[in-house]
Design a protein around this ligand. Structure first.
Ligand SMILES: Cc1cc2nc3c(=O)[nH]c(=O)nc-3n(C[C@H](O)[C@H](O)[C@H](O)COP(=O)(O)OP(=O)(O)OC[C@H]3O[C@@H](n4cnc5c(N)ncnc54)[C@H](O)[C@@H]3O)c2cc1C
Length: 549
């Protein structure tokens, strides 16, 4: 979207009729404020939504060295961004200028307004999305600061965790940033303390675990109820699909996500085969919209919250969480997806996070800027990664064991690869050894036919081979196929675990009332659209199950 169009979407002026409609649709209170009153402070949660009736409200970014004015809302304009709905801490501060009258809308009333008034909902939600995009695109928003080395696996983990959770941050690479000594001195830390996470002038944490980081920066949300109609495990496309349909159809719905919403699709730089998006969209865009949608309908998302175990009590599923808490579900949708297998090459483990990666996003691309990069695998995800990385690396070498990309990759991607000058394809080839001192420096590949060995200098190998399902946390009663994917519906005909006299529903597992959707399901088609569709369909089956229970 062009910048002035984006600006007009981000900062619309509501008409008097629209303001009156808000008053009629939601519980609002008129408030008078005077100069300097702070309506929202950076870091606040559960913030209220304000519509300016007269006077002004200024919006500031306090995360950099100096406060920066982002916007000045006058009559008919409103405060806020997506943190209203995601429950994340506010990234801005709203300060009243002069005598000002506002309409104040509590968080729950805003949610009610968004579901009851479609026209206003469009204007407000589009403004929230556009404001986030403007902040991201401005390149001036500092947000959190992560100080650490490009060669440190923990720095990579912290950056990866923040970017996958859509937290705005700036990375200070202690290997290349010329002002690094001054920055370390300013924060009173040494290189040994890194990665360090700081906010403004304050060090928040030194080398935190993902869990500790989520707690400290306020993105970890606890579930508030003990019994839900539906618990969805996994917030990839299938889980988010189930969450949107479940919550919008009146089920009390909770979603548990181990790391970050979006799943595998969240790391895709360009999804071109998802219906309705002819020019493609990034996995991050799809995820942002889906989270907003799930939140709008009142689904409770808890991240990072891995499900550790599931047991059964009186026909309900009891799910153990990592922090020792338990939640109970009348029905459960398992949407835990899959992840790529580790490379079977000597030295691989030493370089996880310091040269071996399982996604290719801007975070990883920075680490191979101007250098050769290696992509292993012949599926669509490998193809997309190669095309994306070709815009950053000096050269991309795709390594496949087979002899033809057409066997496993969509033809549009094969064509694009053949048209990209700096992509080389090595067929009949495997990586068998990785070398480096603290971080990856080179690899050795072997041709499986000629046995010829070649050494290639590279700082980054991207592996997209052999998806393995996330099912090791499940009890044996939830039947799986020989590769660990969950069997559902007709595939359970012979199952010793299915005890009911009725036939299992289409996506039902061998345990009644427990469904599986998306990549984790045996025989699924491993595509975004299919995962979203199965997530939606699972909710219809949940209704059917509950009706006959
Ligand atoms: C780089 C890349 C590009 C791709 N591009 C395309 C494309 O262009 N078009 C297309 O159609 N498909 C594409 N795919 C495939 C597509 O992304 C997947 O088919 C889709 O994401 C599957 O969705 P899912 O929800 O079933 O599982 P996933 O996306 O794998 O999500 C599962 C989620 O469950 C979470 N989880 C796992 N275990 C637990 C647990 N115990 N507790 C809580 N949470 C848990 C995970 O953290 C994850 O977030 C791509 C895949 C990749 C990797």
């Amino acid at each position: 979207m062009a910048e002035n169009t984006l600006n007009s979407v981000a900062f619309p002026v509501l008409t008097d009729e629209q303001v009156a409609q808000i008053g009629a649709c939601a519980q609002v209170s008129g408030k008078h404020h005077t100069d300097g009153d702070v309506l929202v402070a950076t870091g606040d949660r559960g913030i209220r939504f304000y519509i300016v009736k007269s006077g002004h409200v200024e919006i500031y970014d306090y995360s950099g060295d100096e406060p920066r004015l982002l916007a000045n809302h006058g009559s008919g304009e409103f405060t806020g961004d997506i943190s209203h709905l995601t429950g994340m801490p506010a990234i801005f501060t709203a300060v009243v200028r002069g005598d000002t009258d506002v309409l104040e809308v509590p968080q729950e009333a805003l949610r009610h307004l968004l579901t009851q008034c479609p026209t206003l909902s469009d204007i407000i939600l589009q403004a929230f999305i556009a404001r986030r995009q403007l902040v991201r695109d401005s390149g001036q928003f500092v947000g959190l600061r992560v100080i650490g080395s490009r060669y440190s696996a923990d720095t990579f983990r912290v950056r990866d965790f923040l970017s996958r959770n859509r937290v705005l941050f700036t990375w200070v690479d202690i290997e290349t940033d010329p002002s690094v000594n001054a920055i370390l001195k300013e924060f009173g830390v040494t290189e040994a303390d890194t990665p360090v996470v700081a906010c403004g002038h304050m060090v928040l944490l030194r080398n935190p675990s993902n869990q500790a980081l989520a707690e400290r920066i306020g993105i970890h949300q606890r579930l508030t109820q003990e019994l839900y109609d539906l618990v969805v495990v996994g917030a990839g496309p299938a889980g988010l699909g189930a969450a949107v349909y479940g919550a919008s159809e009146g089920l009390r719905t909770a979603v548990l996500e181990a790391t970050a919403p979006g799943g595998q699709a969240g790391s895709s730089m360009r999804i071109e085969n998802y219906l309705g998006f002819p020019t493609g969209l990034t996995g991050a865009e799809l995820t942002d919209r889906a989270i907003l949608q799930a939140n709008k309908f009142g689904a409770h998302l808890s991240i990072p919250t891995p499900a550790k175990r599931v047991s059964f009590d009186n026909g309900y599923a009891v799910i153990d969480l990592e922090n020792g808490e338990q939640i109970t579900a009348k029905c459960m949708v398992i949407a835990t997806g899959a992840q790529y297998r580790k490379l079977d090459a000597e030295g691989c483990e030493r370089f996880e996070g310091t040269g071996v990666y399982y996604a290719a996003t801007p975070a990883e691309a920075l680490l191979c800027e101007g250098c050769p990069a290696i992509v292993v695998g012949g599926g669509n995800s490998a193809g997309q990664a190669a095309v994306f990385l070709a815009g950053h690396a000096s050269k991309v070498i795709i390594v496949i064991r087979g002899d033809d990309l057409n066997r496993s990759m969509s033809s549009y991607l094969v064509h694009r690869i053949s048209q990209t000058g700096n992509i080389e394809l090595l067929t009949g080839t495997v990586i068998y050894r990785l070398h480096g001192n603290g971080h990856l420096q080179s690899i050795e590949v072997r041709n499986t036919r000629t046995k010829e060995v070649r050494r290639i200098d590279t700082p980054a190998v991207f592996s997209f081979i052999g998806a393995m399902p996330h099912t090791d946390w499940l009890p044996p009663q939830i039947e799986r196929d020989e590769k660990g994917f969950i069997r559902t519906g007709a595939a359970l005909k012979e199952s010793p675990y299915w005890t009911s006299t009725r036939t299992p529903l289409l996506l039902e597992t061998s345990c009644e009332g427990i469904f599986a959707a998306g990549d984790v399901r045996s025989g699924s088609s491993k595509r975004v659209a299919a995962a979203v569709g199965e997530g939606a369909m699972s909710v219809q089956l949940v209704h059917e199950y509950l009706r006959h229970k």
